[in-house]
Structure formats: C-alpha cells, structure tokens
Design a protein around this ligand. Structure first.
Ligand SMILES: Cc1cc2nc3c(=O)[nH]c(=O)nc-3n(C[C@H](O)[C@H](O)[C@H](O)COP(=O)(O)OP(=O)(O)OC[C@H]3O[C@@H](n4cnc5c(N)ncnc54)[C@H](O)[C@@H]3O)c2cc1C
Length: 369
C-alpha cells in the first residue's frame, strides 16, 4: 500500500520488483572480477547501476507513474536494509550477501508465538544455569580460567563466550591477557547492525478489511527519508482471537527518526502511519504496545552483524577462532554460513561444544598415555 492507503498499481509493483532484482544481479556480475580494494557501499553501487540502466536502455524509468515507481523502489531498498541490519550506505557491495555462496536452509519462515525462551528452557534442562549473572572479566593467564561475575568468580578449563559483537566492541567484558590482535581486528571490522521493532496490540483486527488472508502488508514510503520506517507490518495474531497484534520494524537511516522519541511518541508515529494506510477506518488506540531498545540494551547493543564496506566473510571465521584452546566463541557473528540468525547462533554453539569436547578428550587421552 502507498502512504495514502492506495494499493500499488500491479504493473508498477511487478516492474519495480523486476528492476530491483535485476540491479542486484548486475551488481553480482560486476563483483565477479573485483577485489576488496574495489569495494564501495551497496547504496551507491545500486544507484550507479540504476542510472546506467536508464541511460543505456533509453527507457525513461519514471515513464508511467513517476513518483510511485521511485517510492516502490525505496520500499525495496528499505527491505534490503532490514535484511542487512544496516543502512546500505555502510554495507559492502562486494560481500553484502557473502553467505549466499554457501548452502542455505530452505522452507517456510515460522513464528515461535511463545518466544524462543521455550528452546532455551528445554536445552537447559539438567544444566546449571545462572541467570541474572553478568560476566565482568575473563582471566585466562593461568591453566584454570577465572570468570569474574557480579555474583562470584567461577573457574573453568574452557570458556565459551557468546555475548553479542557490539558488546565485544565495547569491551564490556575485560579479557586478561587482552585478546590477540587478529581477534580484535575481526571484532572491530565486522559490522554490528541496528534494528528496532514496534508491536501493537488491538482489540480488533481492523486491517483485515484490506489484507484478507495475508498475514503481512507493506507500507510504501512517501519519500526517501522515511524508507525503513514501518516498512512492513506483520500480523502475528492467532486466527481465532478477536484481538490482534501487528509487529513492524524500523531500520537503516529511519532509526534516526525515532532515536530521541519516547515509546509513546514512537507508537503515535506508527499509529499515524496506520491511519494513513487505512483512511476509511477509525484506528483504535492499542491496548498494549512494545518498542524495543536493542541498540541501547546493555546486554545486546545491536540487532545482528553485517558486512561493512571493505570486509569479507573471512571475518566470521576469525571471530570463531578459539584463543589458546581455552577461550571459545559462539553466536551469530561467528557463523560465516548462517550469520544474522538464531539458526546461526544455535549451530555455532553446537560447533564450539564439539570443539571443546574434542579438546578435553584429547587432553584426557594424553594424560592417560
Ligand atoms: C528485529 C530482528 C529480527 C530478527 N529476525 C530474525 C529471524 O526472523 N530469524 C532469525 O533466525 N533471526 C532473526 N534475528 C536475529 C537473531 O535474533 C540473532 O541473530 C540471534 O538472537 C543472535 O543470537 P546470539 O546467541 O548470537 O546473541 P544473543 O541472542 O544476543 O545472546 C547473547 C546473550 O549474552 C548475554 N550477555 C550479554 N552480555 C553479558 C555479560 N556480560 N554477562 C553474561 N551474559 C551476557 C545476553 O543477555 C544474551 O542472553 C532478528 C533480530 C532482530 C533484531
């Protein structure tokens, strides 16, 4: 839907969808012969190719629906910024989708309606798990590693670090001795992306009048500076209940539009967007809402990792490398094949658990022989 609630003309929709993907294909072709030193940001590269296309094809891009075509293009760019977790002006044109060259999972996306904590709860059965215990420092200068927490100091032969990349950048955990240069380089170079979510609960699913069976609807921004501001609304309500929940995201430069606002102001901004998308309806006040603050959360500090200009996927391998067979690293930012995802974080944990078991068994075998 456009910002006045009008459905985008199907011709414009198809044309821009095709054009957007064609430009990404052209960029994929361009980068085949390029090295890291040639890297530029994805936004500039996209518009360079876009201008070149207009010139070479002699097709006026804005032939039929000048404004609408530009707006739909901004909508697609906004979605890509959501996927990358960063403004495209920061993302590598060479390697933004580096993991696509590695095998990926397929299948439908599913929503865990009761949250991911179900998985963690199940996995942590019969394991000593200390919640609300902040790690302050890891001293690995002796055989036995000392993990200093707000509660007490624990000792261990092996330590697995799974804190988000942004916190490693901020050095919220003090490592003694300091981490090796290669690890620090990877931590500094890999991008820690930002996204925020807004969830609104309503007594009535007023959007159903326009969205039928679809469980999401798009919002085409009126202008470039609103790209990424509530780009897509996801309906995460159960089908049986009268009340409904809409979840939407803020990504890229649009994060600047909400960063100084209170939660209530962000919710009002979001409601204004919904009012413009459904002009014929009275939009009720939400009965509940949630605005995330991952960027400023002291235990997150980010959304997920991304490839900044001049970087490549090898940074993920450097992130995953252990230090002296004592300190191991897991988390989405250590998984080259499945970065940015719960899958990646989960599999990296299994990867490191295997490494630790192998290392411990080989140490025991060496002692025995
Ligand atoms: C808007 C948004 C949408 C997303 N959508 C999807 C999606 O559709 N599918 C998908 O697979 N992924 C999605 N992701 C990404 C996914 O959520 C992350 O990649 C994943 O949660 C990362 O897991 P992790 O274990 O690496 O880090 P985290 O989940 O951040 O875990 C790190 C843990 O470390 C703890 N911690 C931090 N500091 C300390 C300390 N000093 N002491 C002790 N503990 C500490 C934190 O409390 C936290 O529990 C999305 C993310 C965002 C922001």
């Amino acid at each position: 839907m456009d910002h006045r609630g009008k459905l985008v003309d199907p011709l414009v929709d198809r044309r821009i969808d095709f054009h957007f993907n064609a430009m990404l294909d052209v960029i994929a072709e361009w980068r085949q012969t390029k090295e890291l030193s040639h890297d530029i940001n994805l936004l500039d590269k996209f518009f360079e190719m876009h201008e070149q296309f207009k010139e070479e094809s002699q097709l006026p891009f804005t032939e039929f629906f000048p404004k609408e075509e530009e707006q739909v293009l901004q909508f697609h760019l906004g979605n890509l910024e959501y996927a990358c977790g960063a403004s495209l002006s920061k993302v590598s044109a060479l390697n933004w989708d580096h993991n696509e060259s590695l095998p990926q999972f397929s299948g439908d996306a599913v929503l865990m309606k009761d949250g991911y904590s179900q998985v963690v709860k199940r996995m942590s059965e019969n394991i000593d798990l200390y919640l609300n215990t902040q790690v302050l420092g890891v001293d690995y200068s002796d055989d036995l590693i000392a993990v200093k927490t707000t509660d007490k100091t624990y000792t261990a032969h092996k330590v697995l670090v799974t804190v988000p990349l942004a916190l490693l950048k901020k050095q919220t955990i003090q490592f003694t001795p300091t981490l090796p240069e290669k690890k620090i380089q990877a931590i500094t170079s890999l991008g820690a992306g930002s996204l925020e979510k807004v969830a609104l609960q309503f007594n009535k699913k007023f959007w159903k009048s326009k969205t039928d069976e679809d469980d999401f609807f798009g919002h085409v921004p009126a202008e470039e500076k609103q790209r990424g501001l509530f780009n897509v609304f996801y309906d995460i309500s159960t089908s049986t209940s009268d009340s409904g929940i809409l979840v939407t995201n803020v990504s890229g430069e649009a994060l600047n539009l909400i960063k100084d606002k209170t939660d209530k102001e962000v919710v009002n901004l979001c409601l204004n967007t919904l009012k413009s998308l459904f002009p014929a309806q009275t939009i009720p006040d939400p009965v509940n809402y949630l605005v995330t603050h991952w960027d400023s959360d002291p235990f997150a500090g980010m959304a997920y990792s991304y490839m900044p200009v001049g970087s490549d996927g090898s940074l993920y391998d450097d992130m995953a490398e252990d230090v002296n067979d004592k300190i191991y690293f897991a988390g989405e930012a250590t998984n080259k094949q499945f970065p940015q995802s719960v899958t990646g974080a989960y599999l990296s944990g299994i990867r490191e658990a295997n490494k630790i078991i192998l290392s411990l068994t080989s140490e025991i075998t060496q002692v025995d022989t």
